[in-house]
Write a protein that binds this ligand. Sequence first.
Ligand SMILES: Cc1cc2nc3c(=O)[nH]c(=O)nc-3n(C[C@H](O)[C@H](O)[C@H](O)COP(=O)(O)OP(=O)(O)OC[C@H]3O[C@@H](n4cnc5c(N)ncnc54)[C@H](O)[C@@H]3O)c2cc1C
Length: 575
Amino acid sequence: MQYTEVLVVGAGLAGLRAAIGVNERNHKALVLSKVHPLRSHSIAAQGGVNAALGNHHRGVTDTPLKHAFDTVKGSDYLADQDAAILMCEEAPKRIYELERWGCPFSRTVDGKIAQRPFGGAGFPRTAYAVDRTGHVMLHTLYEQAVRFEEYSERQEMGFLDEWLVTRLVVDAGVCCGVVAVNLLTGEVEGITAEAVIFGTGGSGRMYAQSTNALINSAHGMAVAYWAGVPLKDMEFIQFHPTTLWGTNILMTEGCRGEGGFLTNSEGKRFLADYPDSQKAMEVAPRDITARNMTREILAGRGVKGKYLNLDLRHLGADKINARLPGIREIAMSFAGVDPIVDPIPVIPAQHYTMGGISTNIHCETEVKGFYAAGEAACVSVHGGNRLGGNSLLDTVVFGAIAGWKAADFVDGKAAMKQGMKAVEAAVEEERKVLDALRNAAGTEDPAAIRDELGQAMQEGVGIFRDKEKIQKALGTVLALKGRFQDVKATYRGRGMNPELTNNLELRANLDVAEVVVRGALGREESRGSHFRVDFPQRDDARFLQHTVARHVDGEGKISFSPVALGTWEPKERKY
Ligand SMILES: Cc1cc2nc3c(=O)[nH]c(=O)nc-3n(C[C@H](O)[C@H](O)[C@H](O)COP(=O)(O)OP(=O)(O)OC[C@H]3O[C@@H](n4cnc5c(N)ncnc54)[C@H](O)[C@@H]3O)c2cc1C
């Protein structure tokens, strides 16, 4: 049994910023991650991070409040307005802090942090580092996390890499630690902590086609959900307009921000034909662009009937090499096209989980001492649709807040006494569960279940949804949950058993997929990324509400909770 003051689960941007936050308040953080911190999905973020810095001549009058308004409007008014305002007010502080810590942002000619246009603002607000923004941000935070200051009061940070948290332990409504597996040895251990923060990332791999890393399962969200913490707004899944045809590797929104065009089989910039993207064209919010691309393909104007072209050729070799070198490399390696001379074949695919572990504006969940931040959490700032560049921002703003709040919580608390027993008991139970799964002698192939789940999600809760499709998906998900009970394990070793990890993640994906599907079924309206063909209008009278899902008797139960309004009246979104 290990003990720490604050346990941070997840070492992406949210987890690392949270751990630094704990450290800034002179408490000890232990960071646990199922992969080495620098392999977290944050490393793959390309396009940039939003903040009202006003460094671009077209954005000199930008303010945090304007940024917050664009965020709320982009969210189709489902974001909590106080949370969006807080995020946008904190944004410049967090970006300049990263700069001071040595984050190599791209620069304007006069040496300021450069900004590029992304969807939602109408002018350049997105700070970036070429097309590797997440890469440089994660390295910067990791450097700060491992930095030990001999002469300060700060505590040295601990790391447990390649450990998987499988259970959150809650005793009498208070979080007292976790059960985790050392993936190298297979040892199951308890970790007691005065506070636990989850920065476990998004859940894209429930879908067959996703830009997310293979590690982005819904496991972190499920672990919280199983422990009684509700998930919020899970039916809002973002589909990124431009992913590489065939592999779904992301082609950043920065491609369009830098001036790239989307064209159909006739070479036409078809977004001009749709009223909601006529004005903003390629930099309309993602939900709108992804829908219009899909409509274009369904209307038979896709290239070879399958995809659309992302055309960067007119930007010229110099700009492509200077601003989008990673994109060029990926297009050449994975699609065999050089964007300097050829358009890039793209289609929309799953990209981001707007919903997540339900928290308030302080990243506190319903369970005392348990916090969540980053893509795993729903604070909620993204509502029905997240603006590009707001997610990296969310991780550093709310990561820091989660860290500070957890540290403050530890300050006001007597050292743990009772929780130890609950964690010990949970470890015993979990050993049995894992042994059973490791030795499972059923007949069902987990890979088949995973593939069928991915397909069911694509078809039932994709870009265009209707009652019939969603109900079919629900039937499939429930059937797959049943089949998972009879799963077959082929490798029984304890240590280095990726099959066991995959099965644990599959079990989680099935339960969280059920929540997505049930949420989509109950939300009889269209809002943000959730588009119901049978209810094509937004219905504020009935659904200007968050969806809250609880795990009751093995099933997802859905209810609703109010949205924090107060600053802006919900209006129709026009771009
Ligand atoms: C290809 C791509 C490009 C993107 N580009 C941009 C962009 O330009 N701008 C933008 O704003 N957003 C972008 N996003 C979104 C953004 O990058 C992510 O939302 C954000 O980085 C998530 O950070 P995080 O810290 O919440 O999670 P992650 O970086 O995904 O980290 C999750 C961590 O949790 C750990 N973990 C998970 N479950 C467990 C468990 N059970 N036990 C132990 N550890 C666990 C993992 O090991 C990992 O360390 C992009 C996303 C993708 C996929």
